[in-house]
Design a protein around this ligand. Structure first.
Ligand code: NAP
Ligand code: MG
Length: 482
């Protein structure tokens, strides 16, 4: 049992509410993993006050010193990789291999931004005046609130916290409730790495209570949010009141186009891993396979066989796919499976909860494939956030691109093709922040920008890589005449 307090001004403190929220294992809901605080607005206020107090001193700390703490966090995380992975799997549900890969990603992110902390620069320009040096400094924005989802409970907080701290900001982290304990394990590492009091603060509890405080308080300078579109809209409106800097990364309805020239073995592997990896609970998960009619029947047969071959089970037992994170996510998926059938899509694999005693106490669902999906059906338009794939037939590349772009979101997209012209044409015409050829829609490199287009993103600032630092810095232009 893990029992986490809030982490405010360098101390682990209970919420003034006196209440906690319990976390259970999604693979076996009889198992309680631990508790976190059910925080109040007053707790959020204390966290913001601590972050606000700590800004000047942290901003004045030399970049290499800030970087050294991030590097230490990476090392501690590496030492604890195994134990953090186990708790993470028990709380969130993904497989051990998936969770361990994610913890490794967070280690790499801390090391990457540890280096960047020494490297924050500016520019020097010729001035039109004599005896004047004209230069631009990059300064921290101040206090940042980071509001994160449960589906990547280690990597996403890491890719917000690391660049924020590297650039000299202080942070209040509000993790998603279904994976808040995992978030606490990460904060524990940063505490032990030697962060000064107040530089990072952690408050858990209901997003609808804490979120508005963290996006409206006048001491907060910038809000970095990852989560659903509905909540993102609220955050944006709240933060607009006093014109805070905002970054929102939200959902996707990501397509993989399978062309006439595609190697079908490769196409099935790319679509299958993209759709069913992390139980389909990735913002970049492939949820639409847009397939040329000449290879359509064979693709449908093969992707159905692939889905049916996936072994579902508790993440710690190293199956191919774990359960969904909680009951409401499972219910959401089952509801979409109903909707798709009522709309006339053809169910060709999965379609329900797996049967048997081993599955009774968990939020398991079968990898599911629908064929003959019309792009305008709800199953062809809306994010499911579960292991459900829609296969859509098309007759040429132009139609593939129209269908791929014919949704509100534009996060990630891929094409499987052996034809260079098709690959380039797709890259030219697709509306997505991440485009891949002959690769799955999921999976990102940490040193290049990440973010969506259209409804997937606020389209303000990108995350990760050098671009990830832009959100956390503001330029000051200096005219130094002498
Ligand atoms: P969510 O329900 O939108 O929650 C995200 C965060 O917002 C949680 O910490 C949540 O707290 C908090 N929150 C809830 N109500 C709030 C409010 N009124 N104001 C401010 N914050 C509030 O999303 P989720 O279910 O955790 O995650 C799944 C979604 O995230 C999917 O749509 C997925 O596509 C998206 N996602 C996007 C990316 C990306 O980079 N584009 C990456 C991963 C996931 P509680 O948990 O306490 O409600
Ligand atoms: Mg949610």
């Amino acid at each position: 049992m893990e029992a986490f307090s809030n982490y405010i001004d360098g101390e682990w403190v209970a919420s003034e509410s006196g209440e906690t929220v319990e976390s259970r294992n999604p693979a076996d809901t009889t198992e309680v993993i631990g508790t976190v605080q059910q925080s109040t607005r007053a707790d959020a206020d204390s966290a913001i006050a601590a972050a606000s107090e700590a800004t000047d001193e942290w901003a004045a700390t030399p970049g290499p010193e800030r970087g050294a703490i991030l590097r230490e966090a990476g090392e501690i995380l590496a030492d604890r990789k195994e134990s953090i992975t186990e708790t993470f799997v028990s709380e969130e549900g993904k497989t051990k291999a998936e969770a361990s890969g994610e913890v490794q990603r967070a280690i790499d992110i801390f090391h990457y931004y540890a280096g960047k902390a020494s490297d924050i620069g500016g520019e020097v320009k010729e001035s039109s005046g004599r005896d004047t040096s004209l230069y631009v400094r990059q300064e921290p924005v101040g206090v940042v609130s980071a509001i994160t989802p449960w589906n990547y409970p280690v990597a996403i907080p890491a890719w917000k916290i690391a660049p924020a701290l590297a650039a000299g900001n202080t942070v209040v982290l509000k993790p998603a409730t279904p994976a808040a304990i995992t978030g606490g394990l990460l904060v524990e590492v940063l505490d032990e790495a030697g962060l000064p009091d107040g530089v990072l603060n952690f408050v858990t509890g209901s997003g609808s209570t804490l979120g508005p405080v963290l996006s409206t308080d006048e001491r907060i300078d910038a809000v970095s949010f990852t989560g659903s579109e509905g909540v993102g809209d609220i955050v944006y409106q709240n933060a607009a009141e006093d014109q805070k800097r905002v970054q929102l990364e939200m959902g996707g309805k990501n397509p993989t186009v399978v062309t006439e020239s595609a190697d079908l073995d490769e196409a099935v592997d790319i679509v299958g891993t993209g759709a069913f990896g992390v139980t389909g609970q990735a913002c970049t998960a492939c949820s639409r396979a847009i397939v040329h009619e000449s290879v359509y029947d064979e693709f449908v047969d093969r992707i159905s066989a692939y889905a049916e071959s996936i072994e579902v089970g508790p993440g710690l037992e190293e199956p191919d796919m774990g359960p969904q994170v909680n009951e409401s996510e499972l219910e959401g998926t089952l509801e979409y499976i109903d909707i798709a059938q009522n709309e006339g899509a053809e169910l060709v694999a999965g379609g329900g909860r797996p049967k048997g005693e081993a599955y009774e106490n968990g939020y398991f669902v079968e990898p599911t494939v629908f064929a003959d999906v019309d792009p305008e059906m709800r199953i062809g338009q809306e994010e499911v956030f579960g292991p459900v794939l829609s296969v859509i037939p098309v007759s040429d590349l132009e139609e593939s691109v129209d269908v791929a772009n014919g949704v509100e979101q534009g996060l990630s997209a891929s094409i499987v093709t052996e034809d260079l012209t098709e690959a380039h044409r797709f890259v030219d015409e697709i509306d997505a922040g991440v485009v891949k050829t002959n690769e799955k829609t999921t999976g990102l490199e940490l040193h290049v920008p990440f973010g969506g287009m259209k409804a997937s993103s606020s389209e303000t600032y990108r995350e990760q890589g050098d671009a990830g630092l832009d959100f956390y810095t503001i330029s000051k232009t200096v005219y130094m005449s002498y």
